[in-house]
Design a protein around this ligand. Sequence first.
Ligand SMILES: [Cu+2]
Length: 158
Amino acid sequence: MVRGLVLKAVIALLALLILTNCADERTPSRSPFAEASTDTGHMAQTGAVTVKLVVTEFGIESSLTSFKVGTPYHFIVTNKGVLPHELVLTKPKGPEMASITDLYQFALSVVQENDLPSGARREFDVIFQDVYSPGTLEFACHIQGHYEAGMKLALAVD
Ligand SMILES: [Cu+2]
């Protein structure tokens, strides 16, 4: 009888320990995870700065071209042109970014051509981690000929 009781007590204690452990492990890991996933959409409505982008033949317009490091921005891009376009947030094409591969590999954000046909609207979030002096970062469409026709817009981050 006594042994049975002790066993039950031990089992109960073990169960309690396991439960407590689970709770302990869950609590710290859950909050940053929730902030990263669930709250991102929420943040877009409350804390983030909304930026409207328009792409056409052949240009890019933005409601904002001056940004701050660490501020969450919620971008809404609309294709008001008749052709499909893309919107890449990357460094300007040049000696440092000589190929399309370089441009995409560096990109802080990419809305692909397939996702941005005429009339389409796409949204994405960016929090700039680094400072970019004017002329070192831009929105661009690198579909053949579009960039050269004027589909680029310089921005700055400080
Ligand atoms: Cu384009």
